[in-house]
Design a binder for this molecule. Structure first.
Ligand SMILES: *Cc1c(COP(=O)(O)O)cnc(C)c1O
Length: 341
């Protein structure tokens, strides 16, 4: 049976040319900054965003956690959307690693507006946490792949400057947004103090994320990476996959986005679907009719060959990625339609 894995874009595996690039990588000891392939990947990323420096890390959780730690001190607070990955899926690491609090803000589909953030910034009093950092997530994972445009982001940049706050971008899936908007990575480099991107999601690398910022920021980040146990040795084999991903796998993300939209249109017509959230990129979230349970539906999907994730008691998430073929999309549509009574 054809297995179709729509659980996440983290399930992607390197293809033959990526493996070839990894196999041929020139490596060295990166704790001494002597891995030429990692150095090349970091320079490439910094250049791409028009920023000074970058740091290769094992995961996007680590790049986010390091960014929070560099931007804040104990007794500070981080502001973010209530759906944020840094709050939802990083084990409360902001408190553990940085000793900071978090202020969760509302906004439709995981997207904040400037007024909400401005109103949430604490005035400076001895008895209040210092609102020190704003984290935006683009695209928003739990928000269903929604995204900010640069035009929207400019308002946050301005606000953070005025309030002397840092602005970090959790850009795990930033390129899924950029293939829609056509915006320039260098404009993102100007808008944020630090940026995290994942190589191991839709870009298809097996491991790795990049933290990008100015020289001083990355110098501090490098020390924290070591403290967290993320100083790797001949990890250039992994960085080679990252270079390959940035060079070859960005443009094709549009296909993932289009396929998610295509599946969304089919779901909209089905009698067991209550609503489909707006599909903006490669994440598709939909609600089943009242009384239907996600667990039961997922079992039926699985029996038919589709893996997907629950996103609430009667909510389902599909994520498209480079491991999905045209044939799989056709088959998925058939299965979804056949599950109607
Ligand atoms: C996947 C993801 C991360 C990082 O996750 P890792 O699995 O630790 O690499 C960070 N932010 C968002 C929005 C994500 O989707």
């Amino acid at each position: 049976m054809l297995r179709i894995d729509l659980i996440s874009d983290t399930v992607t595996k390197p293809d033959a040319p990526m493996l070839e690039a990894m196999f041929n990588a020139e490596v060295g000891d990166d704790v001494f900054s002597e891995d030429p392939t990692i150095n090349r990947l970091q320079e490439m990323a910094a250049d791409m965003f028009g920023m000074e420096a970058a740091l290769f890390c094992p995961s996007g959780t680590m790049t986010n956690q390091i960014a929070i730690a560099v931007h804040t001190s104990r007794l500070d607070e981080v502001l973010c959307h209530e759906y944020s990955h840094i709050y939802q899926y990083e084990t409360g690491g902001y408190a553990y690693n940085s000793g900071v609090g978090i202020k969760l803000l509302p906004g439709a589909n995981g997207i904040l507006d400037v007024e909400t953030v401005a109103a949430a910034i604490n005035p400076t009093h001895d008895w209040l946490a210092h609102s020190r950092l704003l984290v935006l997530e683009n695209t928003s994972n739990k928000g269903g792949g929604s995204f900010y445009t640069l035009e929207q982001i400019k308002g946050f940049t301005q606000l953070c400057k005025e309030k002397n706050m840092g602005l970090h971008l959790d850009g795990a899936r930033l390129f899924n947004a950029l293939v829609e908007t056509g915006e320039d990575t260098r404009e993102y480099g100007k808008a944020f103090d630090s940026i995290s991107i994942c190589l191991s999601k839709g870009l298809g690398a097996p491991v790795g994320s990049l933290l990008i910022g100015n020289t001083e920021f990355i110098r501090k980040a490098r020390r924290l990476r070591k403290a967290m146990g993320g100083g790797m040795r001949q990890a250039g084999y992994l960085a080679a996959a990252g270079i390959y991903a940035l060079e070859h796998n960005i443009k094709r993300l549009k296909l993932d986005n289009d396929r998610a939209k295509e599946l969304g249109q089919v779901l909209q017509t089905l009698n067991y679907v209550k609503s489909v959230r707006p599909v903006k990129t490669n994440i598709l979230i939909f609600d089943l009719n009242d009384g239907l349970m996600a667990a039961d539906y997922l079992e039926k999907l699985s029996d038919a060959g589709i893996n997907a994730a629950p996103f609430g008691p009667s909510t389902i998430r599909f994520v498209t990625h480079l491991g999905i073929t045209d044939e799989m999309i056709q088959r998925t549509k058939e299965i979804l339609i056949n599950l109607q009574d």
